[in-house]
Ligand binder design. Structure first.
Ligand code: ADP
Length: 557
């Protein structure tokens, strides 16, 4: 072919160019190239390291380049431009096919294709590269018919065959990977392959048929199918955060709005309209940018919160494990401690009773101190054992019918001497009328009341303690209340909410020199709860005494 002749033809006008409205050609080409470039660039900017992201970006650039040359073919009447543009068509299409395969590997197989798999398609591309600038590619220039270049049929056959080959390759790859993929990724493989194969198929079928029949309108289908593929990708990005993009609906919407408004440039003709569209585009872009920014900030906060709550959940989990280990340890240690302590108690009792001979008052005094210290240790061990029983759910209860009057009287009998020793009064106000028997674990409730009275005596220096028993109404139901009030140190309002927590002790009690562990009320609360009741504390403040109330329901038989 005489290329000088071609360049000398200058301008020629054709039927084809007259029969298509230019706007439609601009619209279909520019919009699809812009959409694919924007999405390609967006995906790349969001994660520059992701291989699939890079390949998609490269594919969108090559596609846009091809669209650009194709646009020249449709719109230009300059024979030099047409020949130049057309000469690139084949190589760009070949590249697009190969990049599509590479993209499928990086996306579906989530890994780089092996060297061998990279070499094969490149080998297939080599003939296209070498033959592009030769007569095999472009054989002629048709002046009379359509003012277009004439392609070498074998050259066209070859690169479209490459398209078919790659179409099948991707199909097989997708089927194989789909079978092995986890459920969540299967849907992504399906969508991706559908979009990709639809694009490839439409592209080579429409391209090939149009080159055979010279019915070039078909090429529009190929171009539009890319927009479809990009649409599928955009959907996947929004739905599955594909390509590692935490893209939001807002961002997709803003980009789509930009493309739509920008594409209006293809239609508008008067200067006023062009200015109007330009102003609209600038304003919506600014508004869109602000919107995306605010949403992004919100999203970042959400992510930070999520990370923090994940960490908290982890820490919580570890704490729970530690807590369980501790409960187990306390249980084992306490059991081991209890046996020797009980033995000490027994022997000291025998000594005090004179079973091993008489004692002088000094020895008796020392032994008494040992006895009471040992008793305190036994109580502590018992508390610890109770805690481990409560926390591991091994606390056993024996429910029976009980008369609370009897239990309260017993408690008073136990503590009356202690109160006297400390110079305090200990009053008991029995109910005015007979109370119904209630179903409780009597021993446990006895323990709780004892602890309340013991505490009241412990934390009172002047005055004394009153134990009251009275009927009450818990909601609509019948109940009884056991009230232990004292004239002691009282409880500051700030401490009231924490009183029943494990190891919780008032901050001022150290002044009183009162021994304790901060476990009694915690154990008591658990026991009362297991009996279906409630326990709480009241105090008007420091130095104004305290009131502890246990409320137990009277259950119908
Ligand atoms: P402990 O008496 O061994 O410290 P408790 O669980 O029985 O443990 O009590 C927890 C805390 O509640 C005490 O350390 C004390 O600060 C406060 N408390 C309990 N009973 C009284 C009371 N009657 N008056 C004032 N403070 C009290």
């Amino acid at each position: 072919m005489d290329f000088n002749l071609v360049s000398n033809i200058g301008y020629c006008f054709t039927l084809v160019k007259e029969s298509y409205p230019l706007e439609v050609i601009y619209y279909s080409h520019i919009t699809s190239a812009a959409v694919s470039l924007i999405v390609g660039l967006f995906v790349f900017v969001n994660d520059r390291k992701g291989l699939a992201n890079k390949v998609l970006f490269f594919l969108s650039v090559i596609f846009s380049l091809w669209v650009f040359f194709n646009l020249i073919l449709w719109t230009s009447a300059n024979s030099t431009y047409i020949m130049f543009s057309w000469s690139f068509s084949g190589i760009l299409i070949g590249l697009m096919f190969i990049l599509s395969l590479y993209l499928s590997y990086t996306f579906i197989a989530k890994s780089d294709a092996g060297l061998f798999k990279k070499i094969i398609p490149v080998l297939f591309l080599l003939p296209i590269i070498f033959l592009t600038h030769t007569r095999f590619n472009l054989v002629n220039f048709s002046i009379i018919n359509d003012c277009e270049a004439t392609e070498g049929q074998h050259f066209v056959d070859y690169y479209y065959l490459l398209g078919l080959f790659i179409f099948l390759w991707i199909l097989i790859l997708a089927i194989l990977k789909y079978k092995k993929a986890e459920a969540g990724f299967k849907q992504q493989i399906l969508l991706f392959t559908l979009g990709m194969e639809f694009f490839l198929f439409s592209f080579f079928v429409s391209g090939y048929i149009s080159s055979l029949t010279a019915y070039y309108e078909l090429e529009f289908w190929g171009i539009l199918s890319m927009t479809f593929f990009i649409g599928v990708l955009a959907f996947m990005i929004v739905k599955f955060k594909a390509f590692n993009i935490k893209l939001l609906g807002t961002q997709a919407l803003v980009v789509a709005q930009f493309v739509l408004i920008a594409s209006m440039f293809a239609f508008v003709q008067t200067t006023t309209n062009i200015i109007l569209v330009a102003v609209t585009l600038v304003l919506t872009t600014i508004a869109g940018w602000a919107l995306v920014r605010s949403v992004k900030i919100g999203e970042e906060r959400k992510e930070e919160l999520q990370i923090m709550s994940d960490k908290l959940a982890q820490a919580n989990d570890q704490l729970r494990k530690l807590d369980n280990a501790k409960t187990e340890f306390i249980s084992i240690a306490s059991h081991q401690l209890r046996t020797p302590l009980t033995a000490v108690k027994g022997f000291v009792s025998l000594l005090l009773e004179g079973s091993y001979g008489g004692l002088d008052p000094k020895q008796q005094d020392v032994l008494n101190k040992i006895y009471s210290s040992n008793n305190r240790l036994i109580n502590l061990v018992e508390d610890l054992l109770n805690i481990s029983r409560i926390e591991s759910g091994r606390m056993e209860f024996k429910f029976d019918k009980w008369k609370l009057e009897g239990i309260c009287q017993e408690v008073i009998d136990t503590f009356i001497l202690k109160a006297k020793d400390r110079g305090l009064y200990l009053h008991y106000n029995p109910p005015k009328e007979l109370l119904p028997e209630i179903t409780i674990d009597g021993a446990k409730i006895h323990e709780v009341i004892s602890n309340l009275v013991d505490n009241a005596l412990k934390y009172t220096k002047k005055g004394g303690v009153t134990l009251r028993l009275e009927p009450a109404n818990a909601g609509q139901k019948q109940a009884v209340r056991i009230i232990v009030s004292d004239t002691g140190i009282g409880i500051p309002a700030a401490e009231l909410p924490y009183l029943f927590a494990r190891f919780s002790r008032g901050k001022d009690i150290s002044r009183l020199n009162a021994g304790g562990t901060g476990l009694g009320l915690y154990v008591g609360k658990s026991m009362v709860k297991a009996n279906g009741g409630k326990i709480w504390a009241e105090s008007s403040g420091e130095g104004r005494g305290s009131r502890f109330v246990i409320e137990l329901p009277v259950r119908p038989d």
